[in-house]
Design a protein around this ligand. Structure first.
Ligand code: ADP
Ligand code: 5GP
Length: 189
């Protein structure tokens, strides 16, 4: 069986990675499996353990780091996030196209360590920093201080965009989503 793709969608927090991923899943035009990450962040309202994330304590997270269980892991504005390695490998070996929606530091680790032909990477770019700030604030999930930190981090992350196979501007969700779908369809053809 042909190994599935490893699709990386990265970009600053609040740029719209989750929204664009939902659009891609909803259209049902490509078969992708979302990789559920582990995090020490507390669940937001409406988030369910095992669906958006596996929510764990810092101790449990650190144990997984020590065991080498993560394909990549990173700390992001006070919390830890990581991609379970074995799950991704198993899914790809079953022919599934695995979709990672991760921040820039972790994406860089994956790009530096996984070198097979099935890796395809996208950097989602905000139309402007002002728009990025509005989107993070508009989500109403973080305090003012955290919003400032996430925006500052986003500005430094944008400098990494040229390391990715494709840079996609998220002006309209549909336009960005369709561009990504088309590129993946071409890769799968
Ligand atoms: P991320 O997953 O990158 O942190 P989200 O998907 O949570 O970002 O999006 C952050 C906020 O921006 C959400 O409120 C979302 O509805 C909004 N948003 C995302 N993409 C767009 C877009 N193209 N135009 C306007 N608002 C958007
Ligand atoms: P949030 O707290 O908004 O859910 O996520 C914060 C940031 O962490 C987002 O940019 C999100 O894409 C990223 N993220 C989610 N899961 C992972 C992961 O497993 N690894 C890394 N490196 N980043 C992740």
């Amino acid at each position: 069986m042909k190994k599935g793709l490893l699709i990386i969608l990265s970009g600053p927090s609040g740029v719209g990675k989750g929204t664009v991923r939902e659009y891609i899943v909803k259209t049902n035009k490509i078969d992708i499996t979302f990789s559920v990450s582990m995090t020490t962040r507390k669940p937001r309202e409406g988030e369910t353990d095992g669906v958006e994330y596996y929510f764990v304590s810092q101790e449990e997270f650190d144990r997984h780091v020590a065991n080498g269980d993560f394909l990549e892991h990173a700390s992001f504005v006070g919390n830890s996030y990581g991609t379970p390695k074995q799950a991704v490998e198993d899914l790809r070996n079953q022919g599934k196209n695995v979709f990672l929606e991760i921040e820039v530091n972790g994406a860089t680790q994956v790009l530096n360590t996984v070198n097979d032909e099935g890796v395809i990477s996208f950097f989602l770019m905000p139309p402007s920093i002002e728009t990025l700030k509005k989107r993070i604030a508009g989500r109403r999930t973080e305090s003012k201080e955290i919003i400032e930190k996430r925006v500052a981090k986003g500005m430094s992350e944008i400098k990494e965009a040229d390391k990715y196979d494709y840079v996609i501007i998220n002006d309209k969700v549909k336009t960005a989503g369709e561009k990504i779908i088309k590129i993946i369809q071409e890769k799968l053809a």
